[in-house]
Design a protein. Structure first.
Length: 45
């Protein structure tokens, strides 16, 4: 039973790490797209 609990804890920690790093990546891409859009908008003025 202890092996199952330990395995579950490790799996939960790994999933949390991947989820948090994925959010940072998506946010970074969103910021890049926003900056590119602003640059195009400013160039059009």
């Amino acid at each position: 039973m202890k092996k199952i609990a330990a395995g579950f804890t490790v799996a939960l920690a790994l999933m949390s790490t991947f989820a948090l790093s994925g959010c940072n990546t998506v946010r970074g891409i969103g910021q890049d797209v926003q900056r590119a859009g602003s640059a195009v908008s400013n160039a059009a003025k």
